[in-house]
Design a protein around this ligand. Structure first.
Ligand code: SAH
Ligand code: SF4
Ligand code: F3S
Length: 461
């Protein structure tokens, strides 16, 4: 490496959307001739791709920035970048807080990193947070995995959940065309990737903004149509998607998932609360009865489907009784995994201004009680894997045990078993499960093959 080669580091916070953006931004920096370093305190270009979904996510980045700002005093050629959702939310005010920053760029600008950096090289401090039409990807992402890949299908969110910053920071929905999505997947298939996760904040909204809408308000570019359109891409053996909004999770989509063997039977459908009045205050647009019907339908078509979700406790005004309704829902549905959070008031969201905020103590207590139930239910759910044969796609070495490799079942359970990554990476392994923990499994190898056996028969409900 010549002494003039600049080294970069990206630290990523937040959701899969941010991870996918970081991979594309890393691809751009590679293209510009820079090289990755694992150490953010060695790098010449440091990029924080930030998250502002809850206050603690936002605060994390400020401590890192403080340290880098100090470093810049000794190393004036350090380029300091804040990207992602905090950048979008705070914009110029970040410059007042951390004047050492060179570039502040919202998520819609991720694909423009080269252009923005060139403006920085010309000596400006740049703030790129205006709403734009997202540029179709022209760069090759630097993907973290060689086996599984993210593929964006829709950016932004048009919902207005009263607690949520996402619409404000990610902007309105912008769907990529089915052709662009398929082309990216075909390229991934050629490169040897085996699994793709299609991404959107509200993935079922896919296509609403594309041409092809019909007079009755229906459109032919729905997410279900997209699944049919990309299902046969050669080489891609597994398809996942996230996140689903209950309002749009149709039986047609469920049927497509059951019919199409590459679609893994794992669904991430956040419910947020089990109480109808809280759901209404959140402006979620469905009832807990509707949510339960969706899960019933999923399980009617795919009895063994894994279900995960997100939930918030301590939303403004939530009574103990209303919280009990969330516990009831979790008890009845028995999720395979649940991301739980205490409500965090966020700038620019309606619920943050309401007078009926709960104390941190009440929120923490409810969070703890919910987490306890979640672990208990996940442990029960996990037991069904005991002794079973599961197909696992091998991704990496077990970081805690170099004699083991790890991968995921179709239901998304992390699974460990003895093996060597060199021979097993990207292979589909039939694994007999010998030990089931709440959120992960251990097993033994029965058979290794480069393609999925796709043994699941089509269920017709
Ligand atoms: N689009 C997805 C969720 C995206 S945000 C959906 O609609 O379901 C990821 C999760 O963060 C949400 O599901 C919610 O559970 C949580 N979340 C969002 N805003 C929050 C807030 N203000 N406080 C606590 N949790 C929040
Ligand atoms: Fe936020 Fe609601 Fe949009 Fe999800 S659907 S990203 S919770 S506004
Ligand atoms: Fe966070 Fe932005 Fe994702 S706020 S959860 S990184 S959309």
């Amino acid at each position: 490496m010549s002494s003039s080669t600049r080294q970069y580091h990206i630290t990523t916070f937040g959701c899969q959307m941010n991870k996918a953006d970081s991979e594309r931004m890393a691809g751009i920096l590679d293209d510009m001739g820079m090289v990755w370093t694992d150490d953010p305190y060695q790098a010449d270009v440091v990029l924080y791709n930030t998250c502002t979904i809850r206050d603690n996510a936002e605060q994390k980045v400020y401590s890192y920035l403080g340290r880098q700002a100090k470093r810049k005093q000794e190393k004036p050629d350090l380029t300091l970048i804040v990207a992602g959702c905090v950048a979008q939310q705070e914009g110029e005010s970040l410059l007042r807080r951390v004047p050492e920053l060179d570039l502040i760029m919202g998520p819609q600008h991720a694909n423009r990193l080269q252009d923005l950096l060139e403006q920085v090289m010309d000596g400006s401090q740049v703030v790129a947070t205006e709403a734009i039409d997202i540029m179709e990807d022209i760069t090759k992402p630097r993907r973290d995995s060689e086996v599984t890949a993210w593929v964006n299908v829709i950016y932004g969110c048009n919902e207005r959940c009263t607690y949520c910053v996402v619409p404000g920071v990610r902007g309105i929905e912008q769907s990529r065309t089915p052709e662009a999505i398929r082309a990216e997947m075909e390229e991934l298939g050629r490169q040897g990737f085996k699994e793709v996760t299609l991404l959107g904040q509200n993935i079922d909204a896919y296509g609403r903004d594309l041409p092809g809408s019909t007079a009755d308000g229906r459109h032919q570019n729905t997410f279900t149509d997209l699944l049919y359109f990309v299902h046969d891409v050669p080489g891609i053996e597994r398809i996942r998607f996230a996140t689903s909004h209950p309002r749009y999770f149709t039986e047609r989509l469920i049927r497509a998932c059951a019919e199409r063997p590459k679609v893994c039977e794992h669904f991430h459908i956040p419910f947020q609360s089990g109480d109808n009045d809280v759901l209404k205050a959140m402006a979620r647009g469905y009832t807990h009865e509707k949510y339960r019907r969706i899960i019933d339908t999923v399980r009617r078509y795919m009895p063994d489907a894994a279900i995960s979700a997100d939930a918030i406790v301590g939303f403004p005004g939530e009574t103990e009784e209303q919280f009990q309704h969330t516990l009831d829902l979790v008890n009845d549905i028995a999720f395979d995994q649940l991301n739980t959070a205490a409500y965090s008031p966020r700038p620019g969201t309606p619920a943050a201004l309401w007078a009926n905020q709960l104390s941190e103590d009440v929120k923490a207590d409810r969070l703890q009680r919910l987490n306890h139930l979640v672990a208990q239910k996940a442990a029960e759910r996990s037991l069904r894997y005991q002794g079973r044969i599961e197909e696992v796609l091998v991704e990496a070495t077990n970081p805690k045990n170099p004699a083991q490799v790890m991968g995921r079942t179709r239901g998304n359970r992390l699974t460990f078993f003895p093996g060597n990554l060199q021979t097993m990476k990207g292979q589909f392994v039939q694994v007999r499960i010998t030990e089931a923990r709440p959120f992960s499994l251990t097993g033994e190898v029965l058979k290794v093959s480069p393609t999925s056996e796709l043994s699941r028969s089509v269920v017709t409900a």
